[in-house]
Design a protein around this ligand. Structure first.
Ligand code: ATP
Ligand code: MG
Length: 452
């Protein structure tokens, strides 16, 4: 009988078997262990001197491998436990011609399987999150049909927006808070030729200025201490072939304005920590409620970026200047809430018409929702409106002294910070110039909502 162990090439086989990363045990025709490798010892704890040359059945009474010698059947995925170690085993006969001359078992530690399963689950979860994110970018919720109003100023804005949507120019949307800037941006993307690609909104005021660059452009692995393995794609990347909506662009720090302008001019981005540039094809729609021209004169906004964005300018009128649309909007919000049975009486509309709506359509929408919940009949009356509207109905937009002082303070601090810079050194210098302590400066920055 020619046994595997007697073969002249034994050393070759032994070396190969030792190099395999799974545990291997070979028995001969008699059930005597001929070979084990190091990984087998790692997994089971059984050493070569304990087992080689012994009958497997004697050393490991539960072993199933000797049965393979008898029935010649392959077994796979058999679960085994050895102390704390769990592992799975595949078993197979070894043939010479059609005669069984031995059997081999191959074991895989479940530690590694467990680790791989965990890794796979983590990757699956991340993939799902990314899929959802990309899908939500595509899903622009609003289109032009959702923009309600007949006012001439509004119709003008819609006309310009539709014209702009047919081109590939950048767009600047101006309007007070709550006038519908995001609604317009989405509607434009929706009918543009880019509509099968992502619409990616970024709120420049909500992202801390220190993170804005890596959010917009992404970063390479190792770009900074907390950077993720494999790096990260930026929002410009995600918006490739689609639309990037830079909301609240008036709050973007000056250094970032310069970098965004570069992308818009050259069409290339570079990740933080990378030497390579990559081409992107993105249409930028920017929006703000700030007076950018005033900011330019105070050197708080770059004139060159303004001109680049301003190819199409869409000015959305404030609700105060288009009160004629209030009844239409009230109907629209009632219908949208599926409350067709509710209707406003004259006192209700009159009171809404006499209010100045500093929060514009968003405030009107919230107010209607409030009244719908407060009313006890099917007619909405002035009494169903919140106190702010009732009390301030005659308000003419005059500013309180407190507001005037706050705004002046904010402007003065921003002026100085723009000259000194906004890093720690700049802030220390600004505090000195303003003759206040650094702590007071930080307090004011946070209280006055200064974006540095
Ligand atoms: N003409 C309109 N018709 C119907 N709904 C509108 C209209 N304009 C705005 N809205 C609604 O008002 C809310 C505010 O709109 P949006 O978020 O687009 O305003 P915004 O100008 O981006 O505000 P902010 O400056 O605060 O970010 C949204 O719920 C939007 O659907
Ligand atoms: Mg907005």
């Amino acid at each position: 009988m020619s046994l595997l162990i007697d073969d002249n090439d034994t050393n070759w086989y032994k070396s190969i078997i030792q190099a395999v990363n799974d545990g291997i045990l070979v028995i001969d025709f008699y059930g005597v262990v001929q070979i084990i490798n190091k990984e087998y010892t790692n997994i089971t704890g059984v050493t070569e001197s304990e087992i080689v040359g012994e009958l497997l059945r004697d050393v490991r009474p539960g072993a199933e491998l000797p049965e393979v010698l008898l029935d010649g059947k392959i077994r796979s995925g058999v679960f085994r436990k050895e102390g704390k170690n769990n592992y799975i085993v595949d078993m197979a006969p070894i043939y010479n011609g059609n005669k069984i001359i031995g059997a081999v078992s191959v074991c895989k530690s479940l530690k590694e399987v467990h680790h791989l399963t965990q890794e796979l689950n983590r990757s699956k979860k991340r993939l799902k999150q990314l899929e959802e994110m990309v899908e939500s970018f595509h899903r622009t919720t609003y289109s032009f049909e959702d923009i309600v109003g007949q006012n001439k100023g509004l119709l003008n804005a819609i006309h310009t927006a539709k014209k702009a949507a047919g081109t590939d120019f950048n767009i600047l949307i101006l309007g007070e808070s709550g006038t519908g800037k995001e609604l317009f941006a989405q509607a434009i993307h929706h009918i543009s030729s880019r509509n099968s690609h992502p619409f990616v909104p970024v709120n420049c005021a909500a992202i801390p200025s220190t993170l804005l660059e890596s959010e917009l452009f992404g970063y390479e692995e190792g770009a900074f201490t907390s950077s993720k393995k494999g790096g990260k794609s930026g929002l410009f990347d995600l918006a490739d072939n689609g639309t990037l909506f830079l909301d609240e662009i008036g709050d973007m720090p000056l250094e970032m304005q310069a970098k965004v302008l570069r992308v818009m001019q050259d069409g290339v981005i570079r990740k933080v920590g990378s030497l390579h540039e990559r081409k992107v094809n993105v249409r930028v729609i920017a929006a703000t409620n700030k007076d950018l021209e005033k900011m330019i004169s105070k050197e708080r906004f770059r004139a060159d970026l303004y001109y680049r964005l301003n190819t199409f300018q869409i000015k959305i009128p404030s609700l105060k200047s288009r009160k004629d649309d209030i009844p239409l909007l009230v109907d629209y919000f009632l219908q949208n809430a599926n409350l067709h049975s509710l209707s406003p009486d004259e006192s209700f509309i009159d009171l809404l018409m006499s209010y100045d709506w500093p929060g514009n359509i968003r405030e009107l929408k919230n107010t209607i929702h409030y009244a719908m919940n407060m009313t006890e009949s099917s007619r909405l009356k002035a009494g169903d409106l919140p106190d702010t509207i009732n009390r301030n109905g005659q308000r003419s937009g005059e500013k309180t002294l407190e507001r005037i002082i706050e705004e002046t303070e904010r402007d003065a601090i921003l002026d100085v910070l723009n000259k000194t810079g906004t890093d720690l050194k700049g802030k220390k210098l600004a505090a000195k110039k303003l003759n206040i302590s650094l702590a007071t400066l930080y307090n004011k920055i946070s209280r006055l909502d200064i974006p540095f």
